[in-house]
Ligand binder design. Structure first.
Ligand code: ZN
Length: 461
């Protein structure tokens, strides 16, 4: 039998911080996607240009992420910007600015998130994008603020990694610290029997999963053949589904880290960190518990809501406005999501006020508006909701009007009436549908059904 062996996997995850401007200049981080449309002498590394003071928002975002990851924030030590030297066409200055490496104290360290210890969290700038085939360089990404999260090698399978990464992204989405549109980049280290290898530049959770799967398998096979694994740096070819050796890892690449004389040491103060912490929302697991315990929402619906902080907060405001959210949860998890999906919008991209939906739900509960009419009104809530008191001609119709429409529908559809009488009980739905159309969905469904039945039965007699 194969002897048990320890699989150890560690991650270095890079994400783009959600800021309007770049790290050391005022160029925008998104917008015009034409190559080299968002650049200046600073982010293209022109001789004589000097960085501006680091973007405060980026530092704040890193602190938030470090707090989510349970890290100790290094407020008592100065954070030194280093120059990390390497020669590559994507790096015009010849160095990358980073708060990592020798002489440096990371923004946060010694954390723990979902059972995995976090070594450190630091801030750095993104290099440009170099296309080796055309030789062209796009500097739009040069100087974008990046976070690097380094974990201890404590994962033991690719499933663990995927589950943890999804949870990480979910938690970080609550604080809006990372840009979703640019994705993540990760370096993954894997060790089984021999030395550990590092797989560089994985661009998606799917690739991370496949690369680990392949690499563990490969190392086990090699072990069976008696090949000892040495330290290596690999890349992953996602088209071929395999890892490829880049180089033997020299013991510690020499980046010649030196403190950057153009950038002042960052000193965080404890008060400021407390303030940032106090302004952060509750995290997904706390919200999930609240939805289930406080608002009595069933687990399946609570899980749908907890995926998105805006949805949870929307439900919380509905509850504050006196809506029984447990009883009326389908207005959110079915109707609201239906309207959003139909319009391909997220809740934060539209202007739907909880009080407007609260009023609508209450009117339905009081039988002043039919559910069908309410659903139709909700369609109009995008892109902007409105108080329903401003809308006339939406209330439930009085009985005599309902009766009038029922008579019309019956007269118009003799075949459906005949089918119904000869035993096809579903034929009545067709007539009900007609009445709904005629009444602009303002007739109560049950009333319509009963009225139609009464009229038809009377006629038979
Ligand atoms: Zn710039």
């Amino acid at each position: 039998m194969e002897k048990e062996f320890p699989i150890k996997i560690g991650l270095e995850i890079h994400g783009y911080l959600n800021t309007k401007e770049k790290l050391f200049c005022m160029c925008l981080t998104s917008g015009d996607e034409k190559p080299n449309s968002r650049i200046c002498p600073i982010c293209t590394g022109q001789p004589g240009s000097k960085p501006m003071l680091p973007n405060k928002k980026a530092v704040e975002q890193v602190i938030k992420i470090a707090l989510v990851l349970g890290c100790k924030i290094n407020h008592d030590k100065g954070l030194v910007w280093n120059r990390k030297h390497y020669s590559w066409p994507d790096l015009p200055k010849g160095y990358q600015n980073t708060i990592s490496g020798a002489y440096s104290v990371p923004v946060g360290e010694k954390g723990k998130f979902q059972g995995i210890r976090i070594t450190e969290v630091h801030l750095e700038e993104d290099p440009a994008q170099w296309n080796p085939e055309t030789g062209k360089i796009n500097y739009n990404r040069s100087g974008l603020p990046l976070i690097e999260i380094v974990t201890e090698p404590e994962f033991s399978s690719e499933e663990d990694v995927v589950f943890w990464l999804r949870s990480l992204m979910h938690n970080l989405s609550y604080i809006k610290a990372i840009r979703k549109d640019l994705g993540i980049k990760a370096d993954v280290n894997v060790s089984t029997y021999g030395e550990r290898v590092e797989i560089k530049n994985l661009h998606s959770i799917t690739d991370i999963k496949k690369a680990i799967e392949y690499e563990v398998e490969r190392q086990i096979e090699n072990h069976k053949k008696g090949i000892t694994q040495t330290r290596e740096t690999l890349t992953y070819d996602s088209a071929k589904g395999r890892t490829i050796k880049m180089r033997e890892k020299e013991s510690g690449e020499d980046y010649r880290f030196i403190p950057d004389p153009d950038l002042p040491t960052i000193r965080l103060d404890e008060k400021g960190i407390k303030k940032i912490s106090a302004g952060m929302p509750e995290m997904p697991d706390v919200k999930l518990k609240k939805l289930i315990k406080t608002y009595k929402i069933d687990k399946a619906n609570a899980e749908i809501l907890a995926k998105n902080l805006e949805l949870v907060e929307f439900v919380e405001s509905l509850a504050e406005k006196g809506v029984d959210v447990s009883k009326n949860i389908s207005w959110i998890t079915i109707e609201l999501l239906r309207v959003l999906n139909y319009n391909k919008k997220a809740l934060e991209e539209v202007e739907i006020k909880p009080e407007h939906l609260a009023d609508l739900i209450k009117e339905v509960e009081k039988s002043n508006i039919t559910p069908l009419k309410a659903k139709q009104i909700m369609n109009e809530f995008i892109p902007k909701s409105f108080p329903i008191s401003k809308k006339s001609g939406i209330g439930m119709l009085p009985e005599e009007e309902v009766e009038k429409f029922c008579k019309q529908a019956i007269k118009k559809n003799p075949k459906a009436v005949k089918d119904f009488k000869s035993g096809n009980s579903t034929a009545i739905n067709f007539i009900i549908g007609e009445v709904m159309k005629l009444s602009g969905r303002r007739a109560d469904y049950r009333k319509v059904r009963n009225t139609i039945l009464t009229i038809i039965n009377k006629k038979t007699k």
